[in-house]
Design a binder for this molecule. Structure first.
Ligand code: F3S
Length: 393
């Protein structure tokens, strides 16, 4: 791997130990993946922020980083953590967990990371532009910015994204290179166009294509942020898709001739199978919406659905998950939602320790439908929002 003189200086420790360690990690990754050089990035998005997922080992790693003087040098945002930093008591979180979680967020803050704690930073404040090279490590978010925006990122791990944020560069391989962004399988999709149908489509496609780059034909032309985020999240969870193209929808789709690709048809039968895979109970204790985090539009639609209705006593608890910024922006709608359950910021149903309180959860997200059983020991009901809500009013 070819390093510039200033990069060699960092590697030799002339700019301090923390930058040296970060550079060592980038160079090691670059060697593994055959990168020829480093490339400058415009932003980073970091995962590995919940005390539930990173534990004491992660806390120690972050403490060492801060004590070594680590600072990010490009705008960097943070993924959801294990609780709403202000309203954690409403989530049945213990004092001990809250104390550890606050410490983790504080450590990221000391490194100048924006402690946004959201998995949808691409609706603000971290919005890459077409062609930007970035280092993002939330699987749903990185697939969204790669595909729907046309930025360039690999599927980074937490430490790799942090190292890139510290140096302001990443190893130039994989999806940073044009030749690796070419679609490899054609998906002939037949869906009804609801956001939930994109989630089921993602489930069906991810489990069939794994890491490959799908090219969709047949998606509605008005596929927007909400649909793209659901599709990205589902394919990243049921497979390992980091980039997808869709005819008439995504910016790079027009660059490719797909006439020779293998074709996979996804229609009613395949969506029904996906639904069957995701649903393992009809009896739930918690309904958790917002995977990925609810957007302004989604909160508005849910408020319209719930307006004038009352939650039936004894029905499932409800959490609405979004970012602090969106919650603040949607104050009027949030008031309506709060009649049904807390609108939580900074966190989500997967990275929060819900297994201490619940064992059966409802969600409208295929991503949550994949992770709730494995990471939170839940049985799952996965339906669209209107159907989930019918159970509580
Ligand atoms: Fe976001 Fe949590 Fe889902 S981080 S994508 S809401 S699993």
């Amino acid at each position: 791997m070819e390093l510039r003189v200033d990069e060699e200086r960092i590697l030799n420790g002339e700019e301090g130990e923390s930058r040296q360690k970060a550079m060592e990690l980038l160079v090691a990754l670059g060697k593994v993946y055959g990168a020829e050089n480093l490339i400058g990035i415009t932003s980073a998005h970091l995962s590995g922020a919940s005390y539930k997922t990173i534990g004491e080992g992660g806390l120690k790693y972050l403490t060492d980083q801060v004590e070594g003087g680590a600072k990010v040098t490009v705008p960097s945002t943070l993924n959801p953590v294990g609780m709403d930093l202000g309203r954690w008591k409403e989530m049945h979180i213990t004092e001990h967990f809250a104390m550890k979680q606050r410490k983790i967020v504080e450590l990221y803050g000391k490194m100048n990371v924006m402690t946004t704690c959201t998995c949808t930073p691409y609706v603000g404040p971290n919005i890459p532009k077409f062609g930007d090279h970035v280092a993002w490590s939330e699987s749903s978010a990185l697939s969204f910015v790669n595909s729907f925006i046309g930025a360039r990122t690999n599927r980074e791990g937490g430490p790799g994204a942090l190292a890139a944020a510290i140096i302001g560069k990443t190893a130039n391989y994989g999806l940073h290179l044009e030749e690796n962004r070419v679609p490899s399988v054609l998906i002939d999709a037949d869906i009804d166009g609801s956001v939930f149908s994109y989630s089921l489509l993602g489930q069906a496609v991810g489990s069939r294509v794994g890491k490959r780059i799908p090219y969709f034909r047949g998606l509605p032309k008005d596929t927007g942020t909400e649909e793209a985020k659901s599709l990205s999240a589902a394919m990243a969870a049921s497979g390992a898709v980091a980039l997808w193209h869709a005819e008439g929808v995504t910016p790079e789709a027009k660059n490719y001739d797909v006439s020779d690709l293998e074709v996979i048809h996804i229609g009613e039968k395949e969506l029904k199978d996906a639904y069957g895979q995701l649903n393992t109970t009809e009896d739930i204790q918690l309904i958790a919406l917002g995977c990925p985090h609810l957007t302004e539009k989604e909160i508005h639609e849910i408020a319209a659905m719930l307006k004038g209705k009352k939650k039936r006593p004894g029905t499932a608890e409800i959490w609405f998950c979004t970012s602090a910024a969106i919650r603040e922006k949607c104050a009027k709608d949030v008031k309506i939602l709060e009649e049904f359950g807390p609108v939580l910021a900074d966190t989500c149903m997967v990275v929060a320790p819900i297994e201490g309180t619940f064992s059966r959860t409802g969600t409208n997200s295929a991503k949550a439908g994949n992770y709730l059983p494995t990471l939170c020991s839940q049985r799952v009901m996965c339906k669209d929002i209107a159907q989930l809500m019918e159970a509580v009013y």
